[in-house]
Design a protein around this ligand. Structure first.
Ligand SMILES: [Zn+2]
Length: 74
């Protein structure tokens, strides 16, 4: 029996993401790209998703960071 997160979901597990991993909000499809940072929260470019401040949430819909989905580049 395996109780795992829905495949691809972040779920707060920083081991799933790297410094350049992009993630997508599963509610509104907003994409966080570490190369761009986040103007809304004044996050500088080059900040990985794991390094975002604890209060960070989706700048578009205010969704939880745990509700972001890992985007696989392959
Ligand atoms: Zn969102």
């Amino acid at each position: 029996m395996t109780a795992s997160f829905f495949d691809g979901s972040y779920g707060g597990d920083n081991a799933k993401i790297g410094p350049a991993t992009r993630l997508e909000c599963k509610i509104c499809w907003h994409v966080y790209d570490p190369a761009e940072g986040d103007d809304y929260w004044q996050v500088p470019p080059g900040t990985s998703f794991a390094e975002l401040p604890p209060h960070w949430s989706c700048p578009n819909c205010d969704g939880s960071r745990k509700d972001f989905m890992v985007i696989k580049d392959d």
